[in-house]
Design a protein around this ligand. Structure first.
Ligand code: BTN
Length: 332
């Protein structure tokens, strides 16, 4: 059963731009007008703002620039998605919280979300810079009947699905830079980290972590990060409703997982890859810091591995690696 705040916000979001009176809301929720006002006061303390007009009622005037449990659930309810979500104002890492929840026996699937991570983790043991100002960090916990060697393809599929929904629903030209970077306007706007626990040859569970820069100002970040990073707001110049964006990503992530497990996605996988491949035909350097490989990105194979056409014309298939745009002359 949804809580009072979630139901209240669902009504107000659905009604927008119309106002809803305390009487109407009280009738709908089966509680008193006083309880409606107390719930609105509580939500105001969490950063929501309401406009109140005599004889007309209430309207949401401003949504907070962070993940808010009740507001996110309301946006999810409008999308008809009853995802089990766990929201934290701050966390070490949403992927680590999934591990703890799994150790405590939480039923799968579920999604952990936060607006701030103190120990965000990236690929290859790196840190993921996770400031608290308009970003979202989320981890999906799944129990797929997949073989461990499916992880690469699964991550690419999830990334393509995120690109698809951001392009289609928000007109944001987000692309996937193999294997796990989300790119907009040539800069990194998000990253993905899949981690699995393996039992003999099966995945016991799979955590899919996604960090996305929504409304942040990357110019305020350390230079080492800000040179290559951007946010959706910095690219478009417009602030987005972070809870609406995140609700859409949660729904799409769960849907994409279901589609992947059901099978039969091969055609859609390749057509999305064709559309959202940020490296298409580009000259790239793989692993520039050690044993660099120079060549042209030639798409991916059925397992989601990158096909590289080397300078001598040979074809190499890469399961993992760090890819940057460039040639021998720009790197050496
Ligand atoms: C990368 O590009 O290196 C992958 C970054 C993945 C970051 C996300 S943020 C949510 C989840 N929790 C983490 O600690 N990491 C992932």
């Amino acid at each position: 059963m949804a809580d009072t705040e979630t139901v209240l916000l669902t009504h107000l979001l659905r009604a927008r731009p119309k106002f809803l009176s305390a009487d109407f809301l009280a009738g709908r929720l089966g509680i008193s007008c006083g309880e409606i006002r107390r719930a609105l006061d509580g939500l105001s303390e969490e950063g929501l703002e309401f406009r109140e007009v005599p004889r007309r009622g209430y309207q949401i005037a401003r949504e907070p620039d962070e993940v808010n449990g009740a507001l996110l659930r309301a946006h999810l309810s409008i999308l008809d998605c009853a995802a089990p979500i766990l929201c934290f104002p701050q966390i070490d890492s949403t992927n680590s919280e999934v591990e703890r929840q799994l150790a405590n026996g939480r039923r799968l699937p579920f999604v952990v979300l936060s607006s701030k991570q103190t120990k965000g983790r990236g690929r290859m043991g790196r840190k993921w810079y996770s400031p608290e100002e308009g970003n979202c960090y989320m981890s999906f916990a799944f129990q797929p009947a997949l073989l461990p060697d499916q992880m690469q393809r699964f991550t690419v599929w999830m990334g393509l699905s995120i690109c698809y929904v951001l392009n289609r629903k928000f007109a944001l030209p987000v692309m996937l830079k193999w294997p796990n970077d989300l790119i907009i306007g040539g800069k990194k706007v998000g990253g993905m980290l899949s981690e699995a626990r393996i039992d003999s040859d099966r995945m016991r569970d799979l955590t899919f972590g996604l960090g996305i820069n929504v409304n942040s100002n990357c110019e305020l970040w350390p230079e080492s990060v800000s040179v290559t990073a951007t946010s959706l707001r910095m690219f478009t110049g417009k602030r987005l409703s972070i809870n609406a964006v995140v609700a859409t990503l949660v729904r799409e992530g769960l849907k994409a997982y279901g589609q992947y497990c059901e099978g039969g996605i091969d055609e859609q996988f390749m057509s999305r890859w064709e559309t959202y491949d940020a490296l298409k035909g580009a000259q790239v350097v793989v692993n520039p810091k050690s044993d660099a490989l120079f060549g042209t990105a030639g798409g991916i194979d059925v397992d989601g591995a990158l096909i590289l056409r080397l300078e001598d014309g040979c074809r190499r298939v890469l399961q993992a690696g760090e890819v940057t745009l460039g040639t021998r002359s720009t790197v050496l």
